[in-house]
Design a protein around this ligand. Structure first.
Ligand code: DAT
Ligand code: MG
Length: 147
């Protein structure tokens, strides 16, 4: 089986509030492996595909407006169990219900501005990481700190 991957996206509120380093740092400190990273403005069609499972929910139009409203930082993190572990690090959907110590619990207030996305299953991890060209060649090279 391919190595498990999670698609982690820092949403426009997280980027605007200057939380990119904070979020990336939490995944780095946990120890998962970063294998792709990109900053971009999500096109509307991609946002609608990404959240396709929610298209009949009343908040869907607002969700797509928000996700496309400014730049996002998307990443692919890799490792056994990364999908479930990332969901724990991120916390519950509603930041008011998310536990302290989680990204949403520590850094958010509103369900509609919850800082970060994380894949909800290994299958969706592979689907979502495939939506954008995030993984390029040469990610498995180790570099020593001191030349
Ligand atoms: P999660 O991001 O925790 O996987 P989800 O997949 O159910 O949550 O929903 C995707 C995003 O949609 C979520 O991060 C924020 C938004 N959302 C979900 N439920 C909402 C609601 N009841 N009102 C407003 N926005 C909501
Ligand atoms: Mg979800």
């Amino acid at each position: 089986a391919p190595v498990e991957k999670s698609y982690i996206m820092i949403k426009p509120d997280g980027v605007q509030r200057g939380l990119v380093g904070e979020v990336i740092g939490r995944f780095e400190r946990k120890g998962f492996k970063l294998v792709g990273l990109k900053m971009f403005r999500c096109p509307r069609q991609l946002a609608e595909e990404h959240y396709g499972e929610l298209k009949d929910r009343p908040f869907f139009p607002k969700l797509v407006d928000y996700i496309t409203s400014g730049p996002v930082v998307c990443m692919v993190w890799e490792g056994d169990g990364v999908v479930a572990s990332a969901r724990k690090l991120i916390g519950k959907t509603d930041p008011l219900e998310a536990d302290p110590g989680t990204i949403r619990g520590d850094l958010g207030l509103h369900k509609g501005r919850n800082v970060v996305h994380g894949s909800d299953s290994p299958e969706n991890g592979l689907r979502e990481t495939g939506e954008e060209e995030l993984i390029t060649e040469g990610m498995n090279v180790s570099v020593t700190a001191n030349p």
